[in-house]
Design a protein around this ligand. Structure first.
Ligand SMILES: [Mn+2]
Length: 491
């Protein structure tokens, strides 16, 4: 716990460098990737994680490969998350094997090398350096590691591997010579709970990823204007990522304007933006294999219309109420429930909900649970203490069971409201199983003229929250979100 106290103080000092509420937007991020360099102390994290895991192996093995080769030329190489999390090693075509053996618990293999790989991929790290940096008990050649994997599989022991790597799973099953899928279990069963609580070094990468993303969003606010294409905004965003040493986004950038702001996972980013549009950007730089996930919604011409302002402020109020609930001892879904309460109340006052206890009316506007874990995966691993469906069924006054929050967890909070052009027309199709058709017709008649004013308004505001002993730290606090601040920067 003590390490989070010092981290908190460190972040407090950092936040003193800027003035999030004021007019100047100093984001504490520099072009300096030296924090990604190998240090002996950074290697201790990887060793600590492995030791935790090895203690729980009891006769079974972990076999991970650094990555599959399927998408080799299409995307930049990035190691498999479990492989990296447990080794710190990033070479393509390598294996890590953890065994319940006190003398040789960690085996690493060097990638296959030939004159051809030397010509195409350059020289590899010398073996001595691999040994020294990554500290395997045993370093094997590619061929030797394949033999070792084969012999482990032949013993009939349980093998933990990344089951999302389907090619490797099929390969292991073939080696086993029988259709014994049960023996190959998901490594997440052992690792995910460790990944849920972030170590200080992980938080530092997440903070930097957030700061780079905040810089990208601020740059967009400065450059955005009508008649630009969405992809030009995407270029400002991803150009900023690269400028600060983020090799790639953590997920496809969502840059949706006007009607596209109402599409939750819009991706083409090809539309020409118009005067009066909203622009929704759900983006995240990846840094040190950790990704930010921040959403901001801005008016393309720099000024919110009264209707946009109404919806924006409602979502912002909901989001702020949610962040207040995000502290140790409270539950994972308490933030979502607080946001839901504010939104349902606001929509009822606006005449967009006629019955605040109606499940289907609430679900018509609130489309997803507003939080997920964040880390190496944008929807990071870890048990949330309930399912999507359970999280969606509750009306604001009902209580909901989910996981208790602990210091070191990082989760998003992203309430949103989306007024699709044909939203009301789709009501019957969405809710035919649970709502009475006369009831729906009455709803459409009452709400229709009001809904009309908000068509093509899509607002989502998303921050990344670190739970601390004292409450939380908003890692994405440098990305402006108050109406006045956004309009000021866009002026
Ligand atoms: Mn998200």
């Amino acid at each position: 716990m003590k390490k989070y106290v010092s981290l908190f103080i460190y972040l407090l000092i950092l936040s003193g460098c800027s003035n999030p509420g004021g007019r100047s937007w100093m984001i504490p991020v520099t072009i300096d990737p030296s924090d990604l360099d190998y240090t002996p102390s950074s290697m201790e994290s990887f060793e600590g994680r492995r030791n935790q895991l090895i203690d729980s192996l009891s006769g079974s093995y972990v076999i991970l490969r650094s990555a599959d080769q399927c998408s080799a030329n299409r995307h930049e190489f990035r190691p498999n998350n479990y492989f990296y999390y447990l080794t710190g090693y990033t070479a393509r075509g390598s294996y890590a094997i953890l065994a319940p053996d006190p003398h040789q618990s960690f085996t690493l293999s060097v990638p296959y090398q030939s004159i051809r790989t030397l010509i195409y991929e350059g020289g590899k790290l010398p073996e001595e350096e691999i040994r020294e940096k990554y500290r395997p008990d045993r370093l094997l050649t590619y061929r030797e590691s394949r033999e070792l994997i084969d012999s482990i599989v032949q013993t009939g022991a349980t093998v933990y591997m990344d089951r999302s790597d389907r090619t490797f799973l099929r390969e292991l099953q073939r080696l086993a010579g029988e259709d014994e899928t049960i023996r190959f279990r998901h490594v997440g069963e052992l690792v995910d709970e460790i990944r849920v609580i972030k170590e200080p070094v992980e938080v530092e990468y997440l903070q930097k990823a957030c700061n780079i993303t905040a810089m990208a969003l601020t740059n967009v606010m400065k450059e955005c204007r009508p008649d630009l294409y969405e992809f030009q905004i995407e270029s400002v965003i991803e150009g900023t990522f690269l400028e600060y040493g983020s090799a790639m986004p953590g997920f496809n950038s969502i840059v949706g304007s006007g009607p596209n702001s109402t599409i939750l996972h819009y991706e083409p980013n090809m539309r020409k933006m118009e005067d009066g549009d909203l622009l929704l950007m759900d983006i995240g730089a990846e840094y040190g294999y950790y990704t930010a996930d921040i959403t901001r919604t801005i008016p393309v011409n720099g000024r919110f219309t009264p209707e946009q302002r109404t919806i924006y402020q409602l979502v912002l109020d909901a989001q702020l109420a949610a962040i207040e609930q995000m502290k140790p001892g409270n539950m994972f879904m308490d933030g979502h429930m607080a946001a839901k309460e504010v939104i349902v109340k606001g929509l009822t006052e606006l005449g967009l909900i006629t019955d605040p206890t109606s499940h289907w009316q609430i679900k018509f506007y609130i489309l997803y649970p507003s939080s997920h874990f964040l880390g190496m995966d944008v929807h990071d691993v870890g048990d949330k203490g309930g399912s999507f469906t359970q999280f969606m069924e509750q009306t604001p006054l009902e209580s909901i069971e989910s996981r208790v929050l602990e210091p070191g967890m990082v989760l998003t909070i992203e309430p949103g409201l989306y007024f699709r052009e044909k939203g009301l027309e789709q009501l019957h199709e969405i809710f035919e199983a649970e709502a009475d058709s006369i009831e729906m017709a009455q709803f459409i008649e009452t709400v229709g003229p009001i809904y009309e004013q908000y068509i093509n308004t899509g607002v989502r505001i998303e921050d990344d929250i670190l739970i601390t002993t004292g409450g939380n730290i908003n890692l994405s606090r440098y990305a402006p979100k108050e109406i006045d601040d956004i309009e000021q920067i866009m002026r």
